[in-house]
Design a protein around this ligand. Sequence first.
Ligand code: NAP
Length: 231
Amino acid sequence: MESVAFITGANKGIGYEVARQLGKAGMKILLGARSRTRGSEALEKLRAEDIQVELILLDLADPKSIHRAVEDISHGYHHVDILVNNAALLLDEGTALMDVSNEMLVTTYLVNVLGPFRLIQACIPLLAPGGRVINVSSGAGVICGEIEGYAPLYSMSKTALNGLTRHWAYHLKNKKISVNAVCPGWVRTDMGGSSAPRSVEKGAETIVWLAKEAPATLTDKFFRDKAEISW
Ligand code: NAP
């Protein structure tokens, strides 16, 4: 049976590169995108590279959209081997905590935290033993050291994503489904900006490694550059 990888926010940036690399490795790609236009453009580019890919429309801010996306997948494929929770928003760069608006607060948590939570929950019937869930987090979410104050809302959302990574890892351990988080480093994308030192290839590297090469027994861990880091 072919391996199926579902990647959210895969129309651009790190998600697109993960889709490209896993597709090149022979996996069937389910390309999650919230815009049909932007998703179709990415789909065409990947098909031009002979990658087997289907578009899954998915707006993580909308629970109904998450439900519909998973229903679409279950009709067509019956299983998902790799789920990459990659999509996220960074709305509060340069905003002090006191100035965070209610809309920023709600949208950030809907997309960066509740969306991945709901998607994992909805995908459980499709994830067989050996399945891998990879949550794309950030060093900004680390709380074991000093808080740096950068984009506090985004950072807190990644801390929450790390928390849900650990709890899903615990919950799914007996089913032999691994759940891990990755910090891709600072990457040149629309989110990371043009001054970032890393290419999207480098940003995708650890996610792709976890999806296809890392021992399946690795779970409940946070990685950067294929090495474990502290939460
Ligand atoms: P990006 O280029 O801005 O791409 C973000 C993706 O998320 C886009 O496909 C975007 O779709 C999608 N998205 C946003 N809101 C969504 C929603 N409501 N529903 C579904 N999809 C939505 O960002 P990136 O740099 O590739 O980031 C990918 C991941 O890496 C994120 O989790 C980010 O937090 C993490 N990360 C990035 C960096 C960095 O330096 N770039 C550093 C640390 C962690 P649209 O195109 O429709 O907006």
